[in-house]
Design a protein around this ligand. Structure first.
Ligand SMILES: [Zn+2]
Ligand SMILES: [Zn+2]
Length: 348
């Protein structure tokens, strides 16, 4: 409440913010002054922000060095409403997004080699600075992603983290059109992974727990659905010739470990579902068919731009549940329950 009184007295108009006061704390809706963009930044009037499982890092203080209070959110869609000093390539009124890649220094060893995704000083909205669970945010220009007119704000937001992660990992996976690609998990990441894999021309096997998502997986473009509760999924994949790639999206290291034997020769387990417990694999499993295990870390703003254009071109869209910012508690709990169909998005 103190924050609200201070903001109301100031000259600047207040805005509503959903912040985490301390590691493990509950969300607080408070008023703050609308931020002024610094040099090389723009201010975004936020329209929508996706609620991603990685927001748990901010909520529970699992990422080192977060300063609190902190506003989570790295799936931001909105409109530029103010330009900071030195900004010329972006316009007021332009629709833009910001994803996990919230800025790079342009000077470190990796940036000097053009690998901005691996910047040693990468900044992340909602972790390094206040993210999208608020009405306005300031963001550096190198983090901005133009949003095509044909994509709405709530559709675009999840494509800037869940979308780019699945699109970008698959397009660099080495799988060719016609190859068997399995997508483990039909959730926030997986339901997009199945769509992208299908549009890339792969033969898509979707792997879920239980029969519930079978019809949906086929509607999204899978030609095969494997219920891992009633079927040994690795054996099933081997019967189909072995997977070239298994995109592991559900955050269960045990489920991922069980799939490694489903990889064909030179097959790759491509890991995007984030957990802290170890994946188990024996050297023999890897050596016997020259298999590999790879993690994939989302992508740059340019990769997100490609994701949006591909979605526009092919009709790939996230399935979403929307909640107004005031109901952030409910929205976050819904995402954490794993029952959302399939991405939760806050609207401002
Ligand atoms: Zn995310
Ligand atoms: Zn760098």
């Amino acid at each position: 409440m103190a924050t609200m009184r201070v903001a109301a007295k100031s000259e600047a108009a207040p805005m509503r913010v959903a912040q985490i006061p301390k590691p493990g704390g509950d969300f607080e809706i408070v008023e703050r002054e609308i931020p002024t963009p610094g040099a090389g930044q723009v201010r975004i009037k936020i329209q929508a922000c996706g609620v991603c499982h990685s927001d748990v890092l901010t909520k529970e203080g699992l990422w080192p060095g977060i300063e609190y209070p902190r506003v989570p959110g790295h799936e931001v869609a909105g409109i530029i409403d103010e330009l900071g000093a030195g900004v010329s390539a972006w316009k007021k009124g332009q629709r833009v997004g910001v994803g996990w890649h919230g800025g790079h220094d342009g000077t470190c060893r990796e940036c000097r080699r053009g690998d901005f995704n691996s910047c040693r000083n990468l900044t992340i909205p909602g972790i390094s600075y206040d993210g999208g669970y608020q009405e306005y945010m300031a963001a550096p220009v190198e983090a901005l992603i133009p949003i095509p007119d044909s994509l709405g704000d709530v559709e675009a937001a999840p494509l800037l983290c869940a979308g780019v992660t699945t699109y970008n990992s698959l397009r660099h996976s080495g799988a060719m059109p016609g190859d068997l690609v399995a997508v483990q998990g039909i959730g926030g990441l997986g339901h997009l992974g199945v769509q992208f894999a299908s549009k890339f021309g792969y033969k898509v096997a979707a792997i879920g727990r239980g029969p519930e998502n079978g019809a949906l997986a086929k509607k999204l473009g899978a030609s095969i659905y494997i219920d891992s509760q009633s079927t040994n999924a690795a054996q099933k994949l081997q019967k189909l010739g072995g997977a070239k790639v298994i995109l592991a999206t559900a955050p269960s290291s045990k489920a991922m470990s069980e799939l490694i034997d489903g990889l064909g020769p030179n097959g790759k387990l491509l890991v995007v579902g984030a957990t802290f417990d170890p994946i188990e694999v024996t050297p023999i499993q890897l050596i016997s068919a020259s298999r590999s295990l790879q993690g994939w870390n989302t992508g740059t703003p340019a990769d997100s731009e490609d994701t949006l254009h591909f979605a526009e071109l092919t009709g790939v869209r996230p399935m979403i549940e929307t909640y107004p910012l005031e109901r952030v508690d409910e929205a976050y709990a819904r995402m954490m329950s794993g029952k959302a169909q399939f991405r939760v998005v806050l609207t401002m």
